[in-house]
Structures are given as structure tokens and as C-alpha cells.
Design a protein around this ligand. Structure first.
Ligand code: B12
Ligand code: SF4
Length: 297
């Protein structure tokens, strides 16, 4: 069956697929507890640690997890004020659609195939799954890196009720050059493969609560309306990478958000225009707030 899954993935332009076991993931539990103790969480993460380390809580009859990478790098652009992962149509939509297609293909072979699809929104730790299934390895900047596509990859997974042989994780980490630590504007990267996400500019651009003066200064000095790519852009593992083969990530791209344009439309109109964009999930107000901070003389 694994061979068939690989073939179906190829048909769907998915180059990297791996199988993760179903835990419980006790080594991850230690990392999560340590993060909570140190206050290294933002409130965007699933709070229930048991749910994060035990897939059975989410799908009682889960037997394996199919993990796929979705490369989105389509080239570097000079004039952009939003992060690369938001240039394209919302990856949640694209990845879900692809994994739904893959699941339907598998179901044709195995009638009793039951599944649940997740990308970003699931209870598990996506990067952990990517690592244990061997589709990528950790960078000091916390991102999952793949040799062919670098770290500009989304991670999606299918919990399912079929026992598939687990893949081995790669015996590899990034080269640890330290560039991301030096260049991270918020000093969020700790150097031991962990980070303090509260200091991450990507988080600050998405934060709903009022920003502190320090956070505003950080945003003003590193003007990105949504997300942050610095630790990936400086990473040597992202230098000679392939661009994505997925048309969904190369067509219909938006590179800039214009203050005047957003300021003159209603919240409802904003939602209507941008509901298929990852930068819109926090709403118009947050985008306007960030633009105002960046544009302030
Ligand atoms: C909340 C969240 C954020 C928060 C907090 C991020 C954080 N580091 O915790 C904020 C808003 C800051 C954020 C930013 C970004 N995010 Co985000 N985010 C998430 C989300 C929803 C949960 C993350 C989480 O659970 N964090 C808690 C920690 C425990 O999990 P982790 O980050 O995976 O941590 C691993 C490493 O830190 C490592 N680790 C920690 N300590 C140690 C110690 C040792 C010794 C070792 C070896 C490893 C290690 O192991 C952990 C477990 O595998 C995930 C989706 C998901 N459900 O998993 C996406 C996700 C992590 N985000 C993603 C992306 C694309 C981004 C951004 C690149 C977006 C951008 N351009 O702005 C940045 C990257 C910032 C960075 N350098 O990490 C992708 C990552 C893809 C990839 N290639 O790795 C994910 C997986 C979504 C997806 N499905 O594609 N994100
Ligand atoms: S995304 Fe930006 S702020 Fe966040 S860790 Fe990377 S370089 Fe630092």
C-alpha cells in the first residue's frame, strides 16, 4: 500500500511523503512541558499536551499518519511587504484539497479507509510529525528543512486507520551556521533548536493584543505587514533550492498590501476580497494597525 501512496502522491505533485507512528510521543512531551515552564508559547498552540502527544485522543482508531510536504517557494521578490507564505492562495485550502484527493485515491484501494486531514489547525505538532516521518529535519531557526525545497514547505497530514510501516527519521540537522540567530530581529531564536515565539516578529504581526512600544519599534524597523521570513531568507539551506512545482503556489500571487486600499474598504469587503489569503485570518484591523506602525513618520 505504501508504494501505491507514493505513486498517488507523485500524480498529485507531492514529492515528499512519509509515515509517522502514532506515539504517544513522550520525547515531545518533554519539549512541550519545558516550553510551558519557560513561557515559550503564544496562545495559538493547542493547550492540551495529551492531545498533542497522543493521536488516539483525536482519532480513536488511528493506526498511522501520512505526512506530506507542500513546497511554496516561487522565487525571491524585491518589493513585497508580506511574508512569502502569504503570497499565494491560503495554504490551508490548497493542502486540504490535495490531501482530500490523496485520501480518495487510497479509499478506492481500501474500502474501509477512514481518515482525518490536518494542516496547521490540528492538535498534533506538525513539525514533529515531519521530522519523525523523515520528510525533513530541524533547523536552528525551528523550521523543518528539506534538502530539495529548503524550509519553505508547509506540512499536512492524514491520520488514518490503516497500519503502515513507519519511516525512519533523517539522521540530520541544519549546519548550525548561526546566521538566523544573528539576523533574527526579535532575538527569538535561542540556538538550541528552541525559540521564544513571543519575541518572533511573525507572532507580533499577528498579535491581537495591543503592541508594546518595543514591539512597535521592532515592526517599524523590519517592515512586514504579515509574517516574517528573515530567519529563512538568511539560511544557507534555502540558497540553491528548487521552486515549487505546484501551480497553486505560483499563480494568483499578491506581494503587497496597500494602506489606502485597505483603509477605504469595510471589514466585510476585506473578508470578501481576501478570505482565501492566509494574511486575512486576523482581520482587517490587525493589517491596518501594522501598516500604520510601519508608515508612521
Ligand atoms: C503557533 C505557530 C506559530 C507561532 C509560534 C511558533 C513556534 N515556534 O512555536 C508563530 C506565530 C510565531 C509562528 C511563526 C511561523 N510559523 Co507557525 N505555526 C504555529 C503552529 C500552529 C503551532 C506551533 C507549535 O505547536 N509550537 C510549539 C512547538 C513545540 O512546536 P514546534 O514549533 O513545531 O517546535 C519544534 C521545534 O521547536 C523543536 N524543538 C524545540 N525544542 C527543541 C530542542 C531540541 C534539542 C530539538 C532537536 C528540537 C527542539 O521540536 C519541536 C517539536 O517538533 C504550527 C502548526 C502546528 N499545529 O504544529 C505552525 C507552523 C509551525 N508554522 C509554520 C510556518 C510556515 C511559520 C512561519 C515560517 C511563518 C512566517 N513566515 O511568518 C513562522 C516561522 C517562525 C519560526 N522561526 O519558527 C509551519 C512550519 C513549516 C516548516 N517548514 O517548519 C507550521 C508547521 C504550519 C504548517 N503546517 O505548515 N507559528
Ligand atoms: S520569523 Fe523572523 S522574528 Fe521569527 S524567529 Fe524567524 S527571523 Fe526571528
Amino acid at each position: 500500500m505504501k508504494q501505491n501512496i507514493k505513486k498517488y502522491c507523485k500524480d498529485l505533485n507531492i514529492d515528499y511523503v512519509g509515515i509517522a507512528g502514532i506515539g504517544p510521543y513522550y520525547e515531545l512531551e518533554k519539549i512541550l512541558k519545558n516550553k510551558i515552564d519557560k513561557g515559550y508559547y503564544t496562545g495559538m498552540e493547542e493547550k492540551d499536551i495529551q492531545k498533542r502527544i497522543n493521536p488516539r485522543i483525536t482519532m480513536e482508531n488511528v493506526e498511522s499518519i501520512i505526512v506530506c510536504l507542500f513546497p511554496y517557494f516561487s522565487g525571491n521578490v524585491e518589493n513585497t511587504n508580506i511574508s512569502k507564505y502569504t503570497h499565494n492562495v491560503d495554504y490551508h485550502i490548497v493542502v486540504k484539497e490535495k490531501l482530500e484527493k490523496l485520501s480518495k485515491m487510497i479509499k478506492k484501494d481500501i474500502d474501509e479507509f477512514e481518515y482525518k486531514i490536518f494542516v496547521d489547525n490540528g492538535p498534533l505538532v506538525d513539525r514533529y510529525l515531519a521530522q519523525i516521518s523523515g520528510v525533513g529535519y530541524f533547523g536552528i531557526n525551528n523550521n523543518i528543512i528539506n534538502d530539495k525545497y529548503g524550509s519553505y514547505v508547509f506540512i499536512g497530514y492524514i491520520m488514518n486507520n490503516i497500519k503502515l510501516k513507519e519511516d525512519d527519521k533523517l539522521d540530520k540537522k541544519c549546519i548550525q551556521c548561526g546566521e538566523c540567530i544573528k539576523k533574527c530581529p526579535g532575538g527569538a531564536i535561542l540556538g538550541n533548536f528552541d525559540m521564544n515565539p513571543n519575541k518572533c516578529l511573525s507572532f507580533i504581526t499577528q498579535k491581537k493584543e495591543e503592541l508594546t512600544d518595543e514591539e512597535k519599534k521592532l515592526l517599524k524597523n523590519n517592515p512586514t505587514v504579515f509574517g516574517c521570513d528573515i530567519c529563512q531568507d538568511v539560511c544557507p539551506h534555502n540558497k540553491k533550492i528548487n521552486t515549487t512545482k505546484m501551480n497553486e503556489f505560483t499563480e494568483n500571487l499578491i506581494y503587497n498590501i496597500d494602506y489606502e486600499k485597505i483603509n477605504t474598504i469595510s471589514n466585510k469587503e476585506f473578508k470578501r476580497r481576501y478570505k482565501d489569503r492566509a494574511f486575512s485570518w486576523r482581520g482587517r484591523k490587525i493589517i491596518l494597525r501594522n501598516l500604520e506602525i510601519i508608515n508612521k513618520k
